[in-house]
Design a protein around this ligand. Structure first.
Ligand code: GDP
Ligand code: MG
Length: 610
């Protein structure tokens, strides 16, 4: 039984992080009886990954189909964090409307604006929703005014709800049916569907999430992937409940999944078109617009703690990128850490999540080097230079400090800048400006959302943003500021490679690229931290920071005979054993550098700047 196309509504929920997208999705699921109350064992049902539940954030888009008053509703819940805006943009391209949620206790925040702009680019119908009206701190009057004045949305269109109590959620469903347009019908004879997500299921292989644009998809059909130029037989089609619910077919306008039988990573990529028609060579085989490929701008190298795990890491990454097309990687090796991969991430949270998922889902222990951004260099000599790194416009591109050529070969170093939008209560504007200045940022604009809150835009070097800018912003504004950023361009910067040298051995994985004005201070901090972390040896250990041949700071760890049990006076044998055992476990997580062993934690501790 297939649904008449004019009864289908495809929409997503967009909002700033924590404004209640996933909770609202829960209520929609409940009110439509898609899941029974007893099946909703926890909050945020659509946050299906363990890591999402534990952290209370949505990382991946998640579709679900619901029924409401004779309509078929296909909802996609999306993440709010800026690192995962790629998930939002993919969801937006697969739907016809969006519920824009604004927290009535907060108002418009940075991601409210960016996600709305994305939705407007795709001409989505927008349903503005004021959420959390059950809270005493809710100020629907002020926030409605903001929505009207800043977003240009008529106040009469706003629907006020509580995603917690379910108040007014039924009217929201009615509004979805009324205001979001049905999918467009098409007169194209061949079947075409857009892949907006693609995951690897250990039992079923590659499962693609699709929006059918023309025609129907059924099990048994032979279909083609137009970009990958692959052909496969569809094993199963169905919709999301939110699990996989097998159905007879997916028809025009519907959102659902296709089990492909494909086994490898590169075959069914996000943005590709599933096409059923004559062979791949035929005239009609035209791919749908797809997506711009995401450009990672945080880079770090990843190494298995145990060298033997390298093949495990290789397999893990191959599987992992099927459910996270934003991650890029290529093999890398380090004299200190052995074989691993140089990875490109969308931001620090993305990096953290990738590491945690790889460790947890594939049983790996990983070391990640300090994150950096890509730099473009102009060189005065190409002697001994890897020509493949030279771009068409003549730049030499590096993404990790180890790749930096010797200083005498470099004319100029260009660093990436981001356009940063910050929404902040007026009383904190001064603090924010001071922070941005410290981070070498330049203010480009300022306007007021209302008397009490400002929207300020800056250009800030990406290098200064990636490590802890967001944390600092939150802490100087008591949590009230929100921000969004996106890359804009490259500009020349006075940057240097800061090396860390332990017992005369440079530790390549601790090198960083920093602005010259920060080199000395950062070198000192890193050396101090290392001094606390590196266990003493039977000889003194010099810990130095240097730029080129110039030493900037030095710490000396004095020699000590290490005997952890010495301070226990006989007696408590079991405690002694415990301590020894702990010390042994500690040993396993050490890496040997020349004569000195550095604990794994050192890399993580050093990475967090003050
Ligand atoms: P998301 O990041 O937009 O998906 O936000 P969540 O749905 O995860 O909600 C963030 C927090 O706000 C959670 O602690 C929710 O319980 C809470 N929350 C969401 N909607 C409401 C609401 O209508 N009223 C109240 N009081 N709390 C809500
Ligand atoms: Mg969420």
């Amino acid at each position: 039984m297939s649904m008449s196309i004019d009864k289908i509504r495809n929409f997503c929920i967009i909002a700033h992080i924590d404004h209640g997208k996933s909770t609202l999705a829960d209520r929609l699921i409940e009110v439509t009886n898609t899941l029974q109350k007893r099946e909703m064992k926890r909050g945020q049902m659509l946050d299906t990954m363990d890591i999402e539940q534990e952290r209370g954030i949505t990382i991946k888009l998640q579709p679900i189909r619901m029924a409401w008053k004779g309509h078929q509703l296909n909802l996609i819940d999306t993440p709010g964090h800026v690192d995962f805006s790629y998930e939002v943009s993919r969801s937006i391209a697969a739907v016809d409307g969006a519920i824009l949620v604004v927290d009535a206790t907060q108002g418009i925040e940075a991601q409210t604006l960016t996600t709305l702009y994305m939705a407007m680019e795709y001409d989505l119908a927008i349903i503005p929703v004021l959420n959390k009206i059950d809270l005493p701190a809710a100020d629907p009057e002020r926030v409605s005014k903001e929505i009207e004045e800043v977003l240009g949305i008529d106040r009469s269109e706003i629907i006020s709800v509580s995603a917690k109590t379910g108040e007014n959620v039924e009217s929201l469903l009615d509004a979805v049916c009324e205001h979001i347009p049905a999918p467009k019908t098409s007169d194209i004879a061949e079947t075409r569907a857009l892949i907006f997500d693609s995951v690897f299921d250990p039992y079923r292989g590659v499962v693609t999430y699709v929006r059918v644009v023309d025609g129907n998809l059924k099990a048994g059909q032979k279909v083609h992937l137009l970009n990958a130029k692959r052909t496969f037989d569809i094993l199963e089609v169905g919709y999301f409940s939110p699990g996989y619910e097998k159905s007879g077919q997916l028809s025009t306008g519907e959102i659902g999944y296709v089990i492909t039988g494909l086994k490898t990573t590169s075959e069914a990529r996000v943005g590709d078109t599933v096409w059923q028609g004559a062979g791949l060579e035929s005239e009609e085989a035209k791919a749908l617009p797809g997506y711009a490929k995401v450009k990672p701008f945080v880079f770090a190298s990843m190494f298995p703690l145990e060298a033997d795990d390298y093949p495990v890491l290789r397999d893990a990454l191959e599987k992992y990128i099927l459910s996270d097309s934003a991650l890029v990687y290529e093999p890398a090796s380090s004299s200190a850490l052995g074989n691993g991969y140089r990875c490109g991430f969308l931001g620090l949270l993305h990096m953290e999540i990738v590491q945690e998922r790889l460790e947890r889902e594939f049983g790996l222990d990983l070391i990640i080097t300090s994150p950096s951004v890509p730099f473009k260099l102009t060189l005065n000599s190409q002697k001994g230079i890897d020509q493949s790194r030279i771009t068409d416009d003549g730049f030499y591109v590096i993404s990790t400090p180890e790749e930096m050529p010797p200083r005498e070969f470099i004319d100029l170093i260009y660093e990436p800048y981001a356009k940063v939008e910050i929404v902040v209560p007026s009383e904190y504007i001064g603090q924010v400006m001071e922070l941005v200045q410290r981070k070498r940022g330049i203010q480009t604009n300022m306007s007021y959302l209302n008397e009490a809150r400002a929207l300020i835009t800056y250009d800030i070097p990406m290098l200064e943003i990636i490590v802890d800018f967001y944390d600092q912003l939150k802490s100087i504004t008591s949590g009230y500021a929100s921000m969004n950023y996106e890359p804009v361009d490259y500009r020349p910067g006075d940057l240097v490679k800061l090396d860390i040298v332990v017992a005369d051995e440079p530790v390549d994985s601790l090198s960083t690229i920093v602005h010259r004005q920060f080199a000395e201070a950062q070198g000192r901090v890193v050396c101090k931290k290392l001094k606390e972390i590196i266990p003493r040896a039977q000889f003194p250990i010099a810990i130095q920071s240097a730029v080129g041949a110039k030493v900037l700071s030095r710490e000396t760890l004095s020699a000590l005979r290490k005997d952890v049990t010495a301070k226990l006076y006989g007696g408590d044998v079991s405690r002694k054993m415990k301590l020894l055992k702990k010390q042994k476990e500690g040993k396993k997580r050490m890496k040997q550098f020349g004569k000195v062993s550095i604990p794994q934690d050192a890399f993580l501790t050093v990475l967090k700047r003050e």
